[in-house]
Design a protein around this ligand. Structure first.
Ligand SMILES: *Cc1c(COP(=O)(O)O)cnc(C)c1O
Length: 295
């Protein structure tokens, strides 16, 4: 797959003498946008190899992973079950109604039960109920996902820094694993709780060319600050590149702020990984009365 990388220009970047590029994974596919396609690719091959009939996975109500899994499963002829964190709200939000339209069966777990979702009891119960399940963990991060996300960057991506948003850490782990010798990888977590993420990523990689920048989560998952909203809308106005409010907007907010603070040495080149997620903006707009770009 050929993914387009665009250079962006802004007076700020000239002033600071840095060059910024954005790799448009958001353009990979209308529904399986961004990093989720890479995370699912080898998992679906494995599910086929194991002759599974049903893909079972987990996520929150705005989850891009849920939407992508539902779509790909339909394309590939699997049944799907999505275990959703929280109570059912009707009408369904755009993410869940999309997933349901693809044929995904939705089950809801309240937050306490959801925390226990990985215990054997619950999984065994599901395995009895549905035959031949292939299980993909929350956010889609497992060993095969990281094999896939290692394909996000390659030898053509020679920038000094590669930046991406971090949810469960699967995407950055693959990127770290395929980074070349002098490249630095910066991750921007979109949730609080840095120690857990740090350890999670260390499980998937043994390199140390990476760093998590923890000041740009804007309060947590699906929490938006005014500065974030301004950044997303401004970015769209200037470049016609949509950013999502949950992930990529926070990463771009962070990178631009670091540029202002002279974090990057003069002459540096920076690659932003646009990991997609635009479908989530439809739900955020509805919920918060915003006008974030949706395509
Ligand atoms: C899921 C997602 C991420 C985070 O990926 P992880 O592998 O969970 O860290 C980043 N950006 C977007 C748009 C996503 O949907």
């Amino acid at each position: 797959m050929k993914i387009k990388t665009e250079q962006i220009s802004l007076p700020l970047l000239n002033d600071k003498q840095v060059r910024v590029f954005i790799k448009r994974l958001d353009k990979t596919h209308k529904y399986i946008s961004g990093n989720k396609w890479y995370k699912l690719k080898y998992n679906f091959l494995e599910a086929k190899r194991k002759e599974a009939r049903t893909i079972l996975t987990f996520g929150g109500a705005f989850s891009n992973h849920i939407a992508a899994t539902a779509f790909l499963a339909k394309e590939e002829g699997f049944n799907t079950i999505g275990i959703i964190r929280g109570e059912e709200h009707n009408p369904l939000n755009p993410t869940l109604s999309f997933a349901k339209k693809q044929g995904m069966k939705l089950r809801y777990l309240n937050r306490d039960a959801y925390r226990l979702k990985n215990t054997n009891n619950y999984l065994n119960q599901l395995k009895k109920e549905f035959d031949n399940i292939y299980l993909i963990p929350e956010g889609g991060t497992n060993k095969l996902a990281i094999k896939g996300t290692a394909e996000i960057i390659n030898d053509n991506d020679q920038q000094d820094y590669v930046c991406c948003a971090v949810g469960t850490g699967g995407t950055i782990s693959g990127i770290i694993n395929s980074a070349h010798e002098n490249q630095k990888i910066l991750g921007f977590p979109i949730i609080k709780g840095k120690n857990i993420l740090q350890k999670e990523i260390e499980k998937w990689t043994n390199k140390n060319c990476w760093k998590l920048i923890n000041n740009y989560h804007c309060g947590g998952y699906a929490k938006l600050s005014d500065k974030l909203i301004t950044t997303i809308n401004g970015f769209y106005e200037v470049f016609q590149i949509p950013l999502d409010g949950i992930y990529t907007g926070k990463m771009v907010l962070g990178v631009l702020d670091l540029i202002r603070q002279n974090y990057f040495p003069k002459g540096s080149s920076i690659l932003l990984i646009h990991t997609g997620g635009i479908q989530g903006n439809i739900g955020l707009n509805q919920r918060f009365g915003l006008k974030l770009p949706t395509s």
